[in-house]
Every structure is written in structure tokens, then in C-alpha cells.
Design a protein around this ligand. Structure first.
Ligand code: PLP
Length: 417
């Protein structure tokens, strides 16, 4: 920017702020409190400061059967700007539309972007509810910390997300298995092609109505050519930087006739994740009891909310606190968060001890796996007549009944006031 342009820009910014009454007192005190002379605490996200610009040209939601995942967006979005000098600005709900980003914005060069994925569900009696949204808010703050983006008050953001959903309430589909997918995102927006902590950022939330995933069994390609995550890396955070490198391996897998990458780790070929889902393996132990195994949160595994929920449901079932309908109370089950290698899976398959394998994530809930291609061999995995194993089916039903409000549970959070 030329210096003249820059001064116009600065004057413009000051004028813009001076005309917002709420900033009147802040104008000179961005860094220093005029009374104490101490650095002033910068404002956090405050839902009470929300400014609403209603979309005057709303579009009717398309018929649900035409929905393609992540292609259709609702009438409104939420944006909140942040700067190192002013902290979080007033939140803004406005018509869904383009962001104003300079080509020098650092997100466009160094992938300083992170996101969340959550859903709003419509119940049979027409309430709208979220599933454990506090976990998304915590995880989003953890992701922000990892790439030096600003953190924020998650409760306040959640109030704003609820408000956004209420404004676009008619976009939450009514059909069974459908939902409104919510995508909170945080990007570094300062104009500087320099690798450094951002001085400006934009948090935005967009919403997309989505159809159901049928729990059709998928095939996996145990990928030895590429990795998703490594010790000390960023695999445990929902950062944009983790996803672009997985697109080409996904294409490769599709060309080989499989549906997803099974991501491995280390020379032992530990199983880590399935595509963009966490995973569970059900094994029959020597005494005939079942062991349900998922890889531990060792820094390479994304701490999925579905993963955590599946673990908790199973543990509550095992302890008798809250039995999972559809699972036999007398049956002996054990749950382990431990490493599991391809050798163990292959051996279990050969001795008839591989009972089930499934992925778990917000989008598909539970995704049963029927086959793993590994070093030029196919390992077959049993699935039931409907394509799901017994454990996968029972856990999926329990989770979705909670999510769509067919059974009440403290994990459900109402959106309506
Ligand atoms: C989002 C995500 C998951 C699943 O997390 P949920 O909170 O259950 O939706 C698992 N693995 C990866 C890599 C992810 O990005």
C-alpha cells in the first residue's frame, strides 16, 4: 500500500470506529488504560454486542432430496473481526456472502485457518438442538492456540451460533436423518506475507442443510505411501493445514477402487484414523468376550466428539449406569484406548477374531468398514445383513436417538429460547 493509501485506510478505520458509540471510549485506549496507565484488557467476544443485518432477499431452502453435502448455504452468516489492538469487535449476523480479503492475507499463503464441524438437529416435536457444542467451542480454542490465532469466550460464540440458527431455523431440514451442518471457521486476515502470529483475524460461521449418510459399508486402503499426522505435528487439531495434503491420497485410493484412506503410523503400521473419522475395532478375545479398541489421543489422533461419545456410551453400558438398548446386558464387553497395528488386525482376521471395524464422526455418525486393502491383500471384515455389525448398529442408534431428541440426554442443548 502506498503511504497515502495507508493513511486513508487508517483514517477510514478511525472514522468508522469513532462513529460506533461503543468504541468512543476505546479509541485512544487500545493498548493502555488511560486511568491506570496499564495495558487494557482487550474485549472478548460479547454476544450482547451483536449487530444484525437481515437478508432482504432470502432464498427458499431447496427440496431436501436435492441436497449435496456442503453445497447449499443458509440466508445468514455470522462474522466477528479481531485485531491485536482492539480485540474482538462486535459480532455481526448478515446475509451469506463473500468475505473481503486482500490477496496478501496471510491465510491465503500459510494456511492460518481452522474450523469446526457440528450439527443442529430437528426433533419430532419441532425443537432444534445441538449435540455437545461446548466440546466444539473448546476444541476450536485449542486449534486457535496451536497456530497462534486468537482465542475467545466459547460460551459467547455458542450464544451467537444459536442466534444464527434461530434466524435460519426454517433451514434445519425436517426429514429423518437430515440436519443443519454448522461450520465455524477462524482465519488470519492481516495483509502481510510474513510468517508470524496474526495481528488481524476473522471468525465466521456458515450453515449448510445436509442429507443423511446411509451407513453403507466402506472399503479402506491402508495407506503406506503417505501419512496424515506425525508426533509433534498438528494431527490432533482441526486445522485446514491437515486436509489439503490428504486430497491427493484420497484420489489415489478412489482410483484403486477403495473409498477412504486408512491412515497408518510408524514402521509397525499402527491404525490411526479413517479418512476424516476416528475409528474403532471390535475384537473377540481368547475367552470369547469382546474388546472394543480405539487408538489413544497421543497427539496424532483428532479428539473427535463422536469418538468421545461412543467411548462414554460404551463405558456407561459396561458399568450398568446407562445400558445401550440393542446390546445384551449380560454380554462381556471391554473398551480400550490403545495402539493397534495392522499385524494385529490381520492376525485377528485370519483367526476369526476380527468382529467389526467402523469409523466415527459428526458427518456420518458411524461408518461400518467391510474391507481393508493392505500391502496387496484384502482383509475382509464381517458386516451384518444391513451392512452394520451389532456394536456399530447399537451405538449408531443410541447416538442418533440422542442427537435427534428421540431420547433425552444432558448432551442435547436446545437452540430455541
Ligand atoms: C472432525 C474430525 C473427526 C471427527 O470429529 P467429530 O468431533 O466426531 O466430528 C475425526 N478425525 C478428523 C481428522 C476430523 O477432522
Amino acid at each position: 500500500m502506498s503511504s497515502m493509501l495507508r493513511s486513508i485506510h487508517i483514517v477510514g478505520n478511525i472514522a468508522r470506529r469513532a462513529f460506533r458509540p461503543i468504541y468512543g471510549t476505546r479509541l485512544m485506549s487500545a493498548y493502555v488504560d488511560p486511568l491506570s496507565g496499564q495495558p487494557a484488557e482487550l474485549p472478548d467476544i460479547q454476544h450482547g454486542r451483536l449487530i444484525i443485518d437481515k437478508n432482504e432477499q432470502p432464498t427458499p431452502p431447496p427440496p431436501s432430496e436435492t441436497l449435496v453435502f456442503g453445497r447449499t448455504f443458509t440466508d445468514h452468516m455470522l462474522t466477528i473481526e479481531w485485531s491485536a489492538t482492539n480485540g474482538w469487535e462486535a459480532p455481526h449476523i448478515k446475509p451469506y456472502g463473500p468475505l473481503n480479503l486482500a490477496p496478501s492475507s496471510s491465510v491465503l499463503h500459510y494456511a492460518q485457518t481452522l474450523f469446526e464441524g457440528m450439527k443442529a438437529y430437528r426433533t419430532d416435536d419441532d425443537r432444534i438442538q445441538l449435540f455437545r457444542p461446548d466440546m466444539n467451542m473448546k476444541r476450536m480454542n485449542n486449534s486457535a492456540r496451536r497456530i497462534a490465532l486468537p482465542t475467545f469466550n466459547g460460551d459467547s460464540l455458542l450464544e451467537l451460533i444459536k442466534k444464527l440458527i434461530r434466524m435460519d431455523r426454517h433451514w434445519v431440514p425436517k426429514e429423518p436423518g437430515h440436519s443443519l451442518y454448522i461450520r465455524p471457521t477462524l482465519i488470519a486476515s492481516q495483509q502481510a506475507i510474513q510468517v508470524s502470529p496474526p495481528t488481524e483475524a476473522i471468525l465466521f460461521v456458515i450453515c449448510s442443510p445436509v442429507g443423511p449418510y446411509f451407513p453403507k459399508p466402506v472399503s479402506l486402503y491402508a495407506t503406506t505411501e503417505y501419512i496424515r499426522a506425525a508426533p509433534g505435528g498438528t494431527g490432533a487439531f482441526k486445522l485446514g493445514v491437515n486436509y489439503a495434503p490428504a486430497v491427493m491420497p484420497q484420489k489415489m485410493v478412489a482410483e484403486k477402487g477403495y473409498s477412504q484412506n486408512l491412515w497408518l503410523h510408524g514402521p509397525e503400521h499402527y491404525l490411526t484414523e479413517v479418512g476424516t473419522m476416528n475409528m474403532f475395532v471390535v475384537l473377540k478375545k481368547d475367552d470369547g468376550d469382546l474388546e472394543i479398541v480405539t487408538p489413544p489421543l497421543d497427539g496424532m489422533i483428532l479428539p473427535g466428539i463422536t469418538r468421545d461419545s461412543v467411548l462414554q456410551l460404551l463405558r456407561d453400558h459396561i458399568s450398568g449406569t446407562r445400558p445401550i438398548r440393542g446390546l445384551d446386558k449380560g454380554e462381556k464387553l471391554a473398551v480400550s484406548e490403545r495402539g493397534i497395528t495392522m499385524k494385529e488386525v490381520k492376525d485377528a482376521s485370519q483367526t476369526g477374531k476380527l468382529v467389526e471395524l467402523f469409523g466415527a464422526g459428526t458427518a456420518a455418525i458411524i461408518s461400518p468398514v467391510h474391507k481393508i486393502g493392505y500391502l496387496n491383500e484384502d482383509i475382509e471384515i464381517p458386516t451384518g445383513p444391513d451392512g452394520m455389525g451389532r456394536i456399530a448398529r447399537a451405538v449408531r442408534k443410541e447416538l442418533s436417538d440422542i442427537q435427534w431428541g428421540k431420547i433425552s440426554h444432558p448432551w442435547s442443548v436446545p437452540v430455541d429460547e
